[in-house]
Structure formats: C-alpha cells, structure tokens
Design a protein around this ligand. Sequence first.
Ligand code: AGP
Length: 619
Amino acid sequence: MCGIVGYVGKRTAAPVLMDGLRRLEYRGYDSAGICTISNGQLEIRKLAGRVERLAELLAQQPLPGVIGISHTRWATHGPPTDTNAHPHLDQSGKLAMVHNGIIENYLEIRRKLQRRGHTFRSQTDSEVLCHLIGYYLEKSLASHKSLTPQLLTEAVTRATGEAKGTYAIAVVHAALPGVIVGARRGSPLVVGLGQEENFLASDVSPIVPYTKNVIYLNDGDVVAITATECVVQANGRPVKRPVRTAHFSAEEAERGKYPHFMLKEIFEQPERAADLLKRTLRPGKGTAEFEELALSSAELARMRRLVLVGCGTSYHAALVGEYVIERLARIPVEVEYGSEMRYRDRPLERGTTVVSISQSGETADTLAAVRVAKARGARTLAIVNVPGSTIARESDAEIHMRAGPEIGVASTKALCMQLLLLTLLGLALGRVQRKLSVQEGRAIVRALAAIPGKLRRILQSDAQIRAIATKYANYANFLYLGRQLNYPIALEGALKLKEISYIHAEGYPSAEMKHGPIALVSPEFPTVIICPQDTMYEKNMSNLEEIKARNGKIIAVATEGDEQIAKKADDVIYIPPTIEILQPVLAVVPLQLFAYHVAVLRGCDVDKPRNLAKSVTVE
Ligand code: AGP
C-alpha cells in the first residue's frame, strides 16, 4: 500500500508533490521519492526513510519544474533502500514511474526484457513494469516521428495489459514535459481537476487543498492529464467518467490541536455519531433511513440472510453486527473475513445479501469477496467511508459512514460509525420485516439518540485512562475478554493494543478462559475484561474471580455506579448504561484510549505504526 501523487500545472511542482506525500504517508512510509521535469531533463530525488527525510534533501537540493510525480512506499518486493525507492526509470532513462500494487508476473517479464538487453537497478516489481512501458514505447517510436501523449498512453495500455496483478501508476517522460499518464487496476487512483492544473493521487487528500472536483478512475482506465486537459481511455478508447465532489475538505484532513490523528479521531466520535444519527433516525416511525441507500423498502423486506464481510477492525464490526441484526431483524447473519471468503467455495443461497464493511473501500481482500458474491448472483451492499471507492462502485448499493477522513492507521471513529450503521440497518430491517413494533423501534431510536452524549461522557475519563495506561505500559502480554456482543470488542481492543504499541494481546470470549487461556494468567499477564451490567454480568464476574484467584491483574470496563466490580478489579473504567445492543459502541472507546496512551508512553509512532499501512490494497 503505497501513496502516489502527480501534478501538472502553473505551480512549482515539488512543494505540491511533497505536501501530497505528507497527506498520503499513512499509506506507507519506509521510503520516498520525487521526479520533476525541467529543461527536458528528469530530476529525481529518492531515499529510504520517511517523507521528512526527503523534504530535508529537497531543502538542500530544490527541484525545478511545473510537472512531476512522487511516491511514499510500503515495501512489498525488496527492502526499503534508496535504490528500491520510487520513482523508477526505464532502460532509456527518459521515462519515470511510481507504482502502488504488486505485479505478480514481474520475474517472467524481467527475464523477457533482460533477453532484450535491459538491465535492472532495483529488486522491485515496479521497476520491471516501468521498463516494460519503455519497451513498448521504444517499439512505437520506431514507426513514429516524435513522441506524443497518445503513444505514451498506448505504451502504458500495452504494458499494463501484459502485467498481472495490481497497479496504480503515474508516468512521465522527459520528452513530454506537459503530460502525466496514469493507470489503475486493483489499486485506487483519483484525478483532481483544478484551474489550469491537474492532479493524480491515491486518494483525494493531496488534491482537496486545491480542488474538490475529482474523477475516481475504474479498473483498466488509462488517463492522460495536462495542465488543462484530462483524457480517460478504457481498452484503448476514450470514455467519460463522472466528475464527483471530494467527500471531505483539507481542514478535515489536518491534525489540528491534537498530537496525533488517532487521538483527534477518537475525540471526533461524538460529533460524527451525532451527524450520522441526525441524518438517519426517524423517531416518529421508529426506524432508520439511509440517504444514499439505493435499496427500496421492498428489497429490504426481501432480505432473508446476510453475509457480513470485512477485514481487521471492519471484521470486528461485522461480528458485532451479526449479534445485533439477528436480534433486531431475526434473520440469519454470517460473518466472513474477506481474505477467507474470496477463496472459500461457499454456497450463497437465494435471498442472500453480502454486506461489505470497509473504511477505505479499497481493501483488496474485501473487494475480492464482493466480486465473488456478485459472480454468485448475490445482492451486494457496501458500508464505506469513501464514496466513490472501488468497493462502493462495484456494489449494488452503498451506505456512507460519514466519519470524515480517517488518517490514523488504527481505525477508531470508522468503527464507531460501522457499529451504529449496522445497528441502524438491523433496526430498518426489523421494522420493514415487521419483527419490531413501532414502539420497540422508537425505544431503540431513543437509545441511539443518546449515544453521542454518552460518548462525550466517556471521553471525559481520558486522564483516568492515561493514568491506568501508565501502570500497564510495560507489560508484554494482555488478555482481553468479553461476552456476546462485547466479545468482538475484546478482539478489537486487543488489535488496537497490538497494532500501535506492539504489545502482544489476545481477545477471547470470557467463557473460553477455562478452555486454555487461563493457563496464561499470572501477575505478569494482565486481563482487560468488558463487564457491563447486562445479562452476562454474573458470568463475567465469575471469570473475573477466576483471574483474581490466580493473582492476575484486572482492568474492567464496567457500567457507571457498579461498586461491586470496584472491589474485585485492580482498575475500573466506567461507561454510561445503555441498551445491550449499543454497549459495544461505548465499551470500545476506553480500549481505544488505553491502547493510544500505552503506545505514546512506549514512544511508538501512533499514526504510522511499523509494518502497517492504512489501506491494504494488496493480497
Ligand atoms: C484497524 O485498526 C487496522 N488498521 C486494519 O485492521 C483495518 O481495519 C483493515 O485493514 C480494514 O480496512 P478497511 O476498513 O479500510 O477495509
């Protein structure tokens, strides 16, 4: 998952390209590079390390030119080194390219080109694709007087047609100083349309400071942009793609007063939740309606079975959704990892709707599962945070999370919106399928409407949670426990801690303790248990006693006013009471803050944790 940016227009390109990389750094950050064209020459700077290191280099060696491309890398083939950093050059040294994706048949192509005298500098699959474009361009130039944008477009089309795997690329040629050619398959690529300037980027964040007019390219598209033109082709023929309005502003993608994007996004949850609920709740009817949902009530009434599919945090949201929708709509719900469903030859019965959940809308495994579902004839509904993303565009219908841009690699506010939307979907299904009365619906609507205020109340415990994190920041292992709808939140709490503090943590259904994990309990192996006052309370308290009996330390997430648990647990974080199906929305917030503060105390890079990237667009 890398980030790519292209610019052509009236400004000096380097500052635009570097600012774009800073906005894309959450996509990958182990090396970075930039190329501009000036006086018919390619000017390249690239190195291993963060974007800031590249910026320091540019401060000493500024780059001229009003056209260029840039790249921030998450290494797939070849370690992060200066040589493996993008941009890469073709054999002629006149064509430069940046790439996000994986070329699966790169070894075969490299051998073919080596037999034709090509030599390679790096260990990357990307350099091979760049050479292949140059190879086809050289062949075309043999029968043409001069290089044209169309010839470069055709060479990109032929090379990407031969390549197998995924790509989003931007290509420039020294002899075409006013043209950038881009192409995509399986990795996102967006065109920004400005005033006498145009942009290419992996997502809208590098573009929105200049224009909100964007085109989301489709798989197979090849685009040629100049300062004033944008020509999209598919299968070698011009096509029209809709110009859309980018779904967030530059300010929303800024960190503001917060030290990290993750903390900002945790604290944004009440407002984002309030906005979403205001748009979707229908108190009088005791139901929910979704502005962008292109599914009629009749189609909702015909839904007999759901399969929820996602990865990582979105998979955990799906697990909560299974409990909630089955309770409200009384229809069977299954949950699949995208990476498993795409390869598992599972039957999809008639009347099955596959609901994909994805913040980015670009996760390769989830997208592949959606494509399998469509090939099997299932209806597909996407719950995404990025309108116009690939998963949204390839689904029959979409619902938007409206979380605003989520920059921190660790997903927080997106999860909050996912949990609310799955509850709202369950409410809508339950009402339209007459499983919930209007009175029952109105009670759920009232409980939902109170959630933003309850989230705000939990956030007021931030200082207490930071103090608890201080006590536990040096432990090497954690157990997270929860029952029923809070079992997936135990998994999510463990994932948060793992991915940003690098501490090992495992989530389990509380009752599973006695089937093995209790062997791990010791004073050096603390347990976080989600133990609200619900139908599972006494059972959870028994698990808590079992842990205490073995001198295990306990952090409990409990309901305000519960004094009993305070006598048992070493530390308690209280959350306000709510109906059971909404407990996960509240219970996860203390776990987000706990993981955040532990990671900060351990000096970890919270927004850009090692080895991770925000949008996993490779298998
Ligand atoms: C969550 O904190 C992780 N960053 C990761 O598991 C993420 O949820 C997963 O990659 C799915 O991403 P998506 O929601 O964009 O599809």
